[in-house]
Write a protein that binds this ligand. Sequence first.
Ligand code: MN
Length: 250
Amino acid sequence: MAVKQTAGRDALGGFAPKFAELNDDVLFGQVWSREGELSLRDRSLVTVVALMAQGLVDSSFQYHLATARQNGITRPEIAEILTHAAFYVGWPKAWAAFRMAKEVWSEGGGDDGRARHQQEMVFPIGAPNDGFAHYFTGRSYLQPLSTAQVGVYNVTFEPGCRNNWHVHSASKGGGQLLLCVAGRGWYQEWGRPARALGPGDVVNIPAGVKHWHGAARDSWFSHLAVEVPGEDCSNQWLEAVSDEEYSALA
Ligand code: MN
């Protein structure tokens, strides 16, 4: 999936249009977006270590750490990556990188954030939602609550996590019902403004409507997803909600 980047044009579009174009369209539009050999997580790992090796701990390093976290690098993993790299790039550079990494991975995230979120909620967070990870940006968790009669699942999103645009299809009935139980999040239908969600909110999603749901950037979020019974039910997973679309949410 293409990585959309406008930082070059935003910062330097008027001053250095060619540099801006190379940054946004070639580096991000082509290299970061090239699929196959390396995942976005792999590219984040390479980039973080390369910047750290130069002793660069500016806002671009912070951006790449935040992106690394979004691309699935966990707190224990970044600690291991920086520790390993420290021997090759130099101890003081690791110290500087750790200061920033600690900030990026502490913002409402990590185990502390998850534990606090669990305390606000009667349903369990459950296990990492590995089966659907491909259709999510960021980490999510899944706890089946009912698999008989009507399927009910507690879905928990880490801060910044959301699912791809998708459609619940059915020839009759079907669709999805979301019952928000903890934290803050978003729901958006294609072509419509996003709706902010909090505990107690209910969202009725008719079959055939393209939409996504997920956490706010700075909050964990959980909703019960109820499978509305219908005929010929299936889900179509579509494109990811881009950083640009997601960042634009108020
Ligand atoms: Mn849905």
